[in-house]
Design a protein around this ligand. Sequence first.
Ligand code: THU
Length: 139
Amino acid sequence: MNISQLIEEAIQARKHAYTPYSHFQVGAALLAASGKIYRGCNIENAGYTPSNCAERTAFFKAVSEGERVFEAIAVVAGPEGGELEETAPCGVCRQVMMEFCDYETFQIIMAVSPKDYQILTLKELLPMGFGPANLNCAK
Ligand code: THU
């Protein structure tokens, strides 16, 4: 996996963030086992609750294209016009990762630049997660 390239793609994705309410812009780049990278940005809404995080945008794009196995996601975030800040995915996005990713090995790359980042596994970010296995779902 080329981590710097994945972060660069997340930085590009963030340019499309639609954030007229929070002005907090997030970009994500999701690496599928196929080798393809799916970009996502946050997309807000005047109704607030229909807003979608960058990470889920990337996951839903990928799953809707037939991907089911993922290796890593890079996330970059920060206020519009400001510096990037290390930002961890929200709880809802972690739960979506739980659905599709290997608990022990999926890597979440939280970056402030292509060379400055922290990596945690899904298990580290979502201890005692509830997932498909709890419902005896083999997928
Ligand atoms: N947001 C994301 O897109 N990903 C995260 O990991 C944290 C939060 C978005 C949601 C909303 O559009 C804005 O950031 C402020 O919460």
